[in-house]
Design a protein around this ligand. Structure first.
Ligand code: TRP
Ligand code: SF4
Length: 329
């Protein structure tokens, strides 16, 4: 039986952190077992918000893909490719742009958030407004059945589903309606308690060495009500405890109880967490080195993956043009 297809992607913004690992990558790795997986470096999407930084994209792509391979994305098994090297995405994006209304795009919550967060005012590009149109093209050009993403991507995925339905209804069945696949992991905060993010400067990176991990864990905000060792703590408001909930579920019972009964100090609690994280990161970093040692390996895999991806994209575009009746006489 043919395996169902997965597509997901990430914008290349450099090295990845623990938030990426539990929010997306674990899920990607897992899905390789049961699905035919396509994983995309969404480099055009980066341009929607940081066009003036485009010269950083090659290095960011390299770092991100190294992290993907390091955590267990297997380039021999999955198709790992670069968006901008498959020009058919641009063609489908153009055709979808005729099916997408401006008012629908303006209602997209992610779009509104970005305008506020980046303070864009009237500097919003046509490309940023069309971000979900490009994402819909990414997913649908591979006729994907499932899209493993973080919760923040759900509005984009809903839009993708609308595009698929709309196209199928107007021109005839081409696209399966893709389903989101969310991770089960609880949300991982950064060391300051906000969402872990490179731009908040609160992330623990997959490439952080033991010293760096130690220093960062030291700065994780604990229960602010617990001043002395003999004060009973409340793990529910402690961000160190949030890390246990994600990375050491088997320890949460004991840790929680000892904290509440003031039998565990925050220093020891953090030390244990440092050990847990170092143990988690070591094999990832070792695997990363293997790929790093051989120059050209990443490029070879990307070239190979892109070729395979492009074949599929070309097939879909043939069907799309055919159904729409464009390009024929
Ligand atoms: N918007 C996604 C992000 O910011 C990246 C992305 C681009 C994507 N194309 C995609 C995700 C297709 C899933 C499917 O992470
Ligand atoms: Fe947090 Fe551990 Fe301190 Fe409790 S003992 S407040 S769980 S760091």
């Amino acid at each position: 039986m043919e395996r169902k297809r997965v597509l997901s992607g990430n914008r290349p913004t450099g090295r990845l952190h623990l938030g990426h690992l539990v929010g997306i990558l674990d899920n990607w790795v897992q899905m390789q077992k049961d699905y035919d997986c396509f994983y995309e470096v969404a480099d055009w999407h980066v341009l929607t918000t940081s066009i003036e930084n485009s010269s950083a994209i090659p290095e960011h792509t390299r770092e991100m893909v190294l992290d993907w391979f390091a955590v267990g994305i297997d380039p021999e098994q999955s198709t790992v490719f670069v968006q901008s090297r498959v020009p058919e995405h641009a063609e489908l994006h153009l055709l979808f742009s005729m099916l997408a209304t401006v008012s629908r795009l303006e209602r997209n919550p992610t779009y509104k958030e970005q305008i506020n967060e980046l303070n864009l005012g009237d500097q919003v590009s046509y490309g940023l407004l069309g971000y979900p149109v490009l994402q819909a093209a990414d997913v649908l050009i591979y006729r994907a059945h499932a899209v493993p993403v973080g919760e923040d991507q759900l509005p984009h995925l809903e839009f993708t589903r609308e595009m698929a339905r709309r196209f199928n209804y107007v021109f005839g069945e081409v696209f399966p309606i893709p389903e989101p696949h969310l991770t089960r992991a609880p949300r991982l905060p950064g060391i300051d308690g906000r969402k872990m993010s490179k731009s908040y400067n609160n992330a623990i990176f997959l490439t952080d060495d033991p010293d760096t991990v130690y220093k960062k864990v030291w700065n994780i905000v604990t229960d602010p009500g617990r001043i002395r060792l003999k004060d009973p703590g409340n793990p529910e408001v402690c961000h160190v405890y949030s890390f246990y909930q994600v990375f050491a579920t088997e320890r949460t019972g004991v840790v929680g109880q000892e904290c509440r009964e003031a039998e565990r100090g925050c220093t020891g609690c953090k030390k244990e967490l440092v050990e847990i994280l170092i143990k988690l990161l070591q094999p990832i970093q070792k695997e990363r080195e293997k790929y790093q040692e051989e120059p050209g390996l990443i490029e070879d895999y990307l070239a190979h993956g892109t070729e395979k991806a492009r074949e599929e994209a070309i097939k879909t575009m043939k069907a799309v043009r055919q159904k729409m009746g464009v390009g024929r006489i």
